[in-house]
Design a protein around this ligand. Structure first.
Ligand code: SF4
Length: 109
């Protein structure tokens, strides 16, 4: 039986597959950039999902940093905010179901 999370995850996937233009760079490598993006997300309504995806820079596949010394790609699966058993992003400003191979600018290890 599909849950609310399943339905919302499907809706988010369809938005991304339909060509929603998201801002996947620059990444939030500094605390200032992370705080700036988080503040923009907090200004959105909880159900403004397209805007959340855009501001957070969601992608359907892992982000591979250019010129990276190691080959650790940035995906929800390797992010500290990912809840494995629920396939969910618990970053309070996002708080959305995701897939393990998705990614966003707020990725953090
Ligand atoms: S913060 Fe982490 S878990 Fe949440 S969507 Fe971004 S990469 Fe995925």
């Amino acid at each position: 039986m599909a849950t609310g999370d399943d339905s919302l995850r499907t809706m988010l996937r369809v938005m991304l597959q339909s060509g929603l233009k998201t801002k996947s760079e620059p990444r939030a490598y500094t605390s200032e950039e992370g705080l700036r993006i988080a503040a923009r997300l907090r200004s959105l309504s909880a159900t403004a999902f397209a805007e959340k995806l855009t501001v957070a820079g969601f992608t359907l596949s892992p982000y591979a940093p250019p010129h990276s010394e190691d080959d650790l790609s940035q995906s929800c699966e390797t992010c500290m905010y990912y809840v494995t058993h629920r396939r969910f992003c618990e970053l309070p400003e996002l708080n959305v179901p995701v897939e393990k191979e998705w990614s966003c600018r707020l990725w953090r290890i």
